[in-house]
Ligand binder design. Structure first.
Ligand code: FE2
Ligand code: FE2
Length: 170
């Protein structure tokens, strides 16, 4: 399995670097809370958009190309989560890892859109913004609410993800 440094090198020059860092911090925090494998969940967060720059004109391939690039470098369940994180690939999310990635990925996108520093955010603001954006883009809420399928209420999920991104280093 890749080390964190090796994974960082792979994503460093992609347009999704900052996003990947945020998702990886969230995923590690979620794994810790759920007693799952922190290293695997962190790596999945870091690498889930590895192919984005290559496939952005054909998002049906999103995750599929990354899976090819990562073959043999990550456990199969991690590669599956990457393939299943964007519905356009047609790969269905099944495990807790798959669903956590979908929820964290959408929450990270929401936070990026808000354009605020982590320290300016709290659970109430995130919940309000989630409602707000979901009026026109319901998939945000649908994706974030996947947290309930992994045993976390929305507020608890938001709290854990906020804790993660407020840390100096995750
Ligand atoms: Fe993605
Ligand atoms: Fe993403």
């Amino acid at each position: 399995m890749l080390s964190r440094d090796e994974a960082l090198r792979l994503v460093k020059n992609t347009s999704k670097y900052t996003h990947a860092l945020m998702v990886s911090c969230m995923m590690r925090e979620l794994a810790r809370a759920l007693n799952e494998n922190e290293r695997e969940w962190m790596l999945v967060g870091l690498l889930h958009d590895l192919d984005y720059d290559e496939v952005k004109d054909d998002m049906r391939m999103h995750g599929i190309v990354a899976a090819e690039m990562l073959k043999g470098k990550l456990p199969k369940k991690c590669i599956y989560a990457i393939k299943a994180h964007d519905y356009r690939s047609g790969v269905k999310p099944k495990s807790k890892l798959d669903k956590a990635l979908i929820a964290a990925d959408s929450l990270a996108s929401l936070i990026e859109k808000m354009g605020k520093e982590a320290r300016e955010l709290n659970v109430e603001k995130l919940r309000a913004e989630l409602e707000n954006i979901s009026a026109n883009s319901p998939w945000y809420k649908n994706n974030v609410l996947r947290c309930e399928e992994i045993g976390l209420r929305l507020d608890e999920f938001l709290r854990l993800c906020l804790t993660a991104i407020k840390k100096e280093k995750c």
